[in-house]
Design a protein around this ligand. Sequence first.
Ligand code: SAH
Length: 339
Amino acid sequence: MDMPLLQQTLSELGQPAYRERQIWRWLSQGADSFEVMTDLPRGLREALGERLAFSSLTLEREARARDGTVKALLRTRDGRPVEAVLMTYRAPRGVRGADPGAAGRRSLCLSSQSGCPLTCRFCATGAMRFHRNLSASEIVDQALHFRRSGPVDHAVFMGMGEPMMNLDAVLEACARLPAIGISHRRTAISTVGWIPGIRRLTSEPMPIRLALSLHAADDALRCALMPVNERYPLADVLQACREHYERKRRRVFVEYVMLAGVNDSHVQARQLAAVLDPRIFKVNLIPFNPTDAPYEGSSPKAIEAFRAELERQGLGATVRLTRGRDIDAACGQLAARGA
Ligand code: SAH
């Protein structure tokens, strides 16, 4: 729902301010039309239905993977592609590498921009055109889309875009997530290391998790993989993360995409462990999802060896469970196909 437009429409219709709160309560609980909002006068429900689109996004396509992951390709009113993903986790009986704490979770992967202005070499979104920042309503509407099919409880900004480059809208959307069922502690913002955004999140009272896409422990390799490192070099980014930890006392999660022969050697594992303080950082190794980029993912064996070396160095490390691979919903593949 375009919330500013809703406010404007309500005031044009001469409605009291509490109507907006009533409508938001329904929306946040998964209502799918004005019709069902039975505590609004019938005439008002009809007037709103005639004047307002129910969502700022329209669903173009939805794909369901064998593991239950659902990927939605949505469009803004002006036709820009937006992708959002729902990951559901069943009780992980006997599944290797599964996180037992994740059982029953319904977790969202949200986009902050349509396309991305950054050009990380391995990322499919980085290769597509940057359209624009999403509004707070367009971000919230991704969550509401999935809320209409059941409860949701976690969210990560790991869809399209760099959330720290659109932080006003992202934080405004985050402020609405608890009403939908997603507390701030169960919300994570992932960044390439956009320092002004990290600092702002540090001074922000909402206890949102910071996740850092690192992918390399030295500047030369990181610049080759992520040109943004020229602007915000490794040492400065890690310093901003340490300050974040000092202030918030919440660990920073490091994402590290495993690229065969590029960043997955034994030496590189030791190098990574040397730059990350284990009290502050926890590493999540991400199996690479093939894109058009000229990289290959590390083998499961290489990933496990890398993980084991980090642990030997005293640094906590897990391997991300890859979800939705058969429908291109895996991270880094959002929207590139449909855009
Ligand atoms: N711009 C933010 C958030 C979006 S990307 C960021 O970079 O953190 C979410 C994560 O997916 C990032 O860690 C990104 O590096 C990773 N990613 C991108 N392409 C990928 C791919 N093809 N395979 C695996 N992970 C990928």
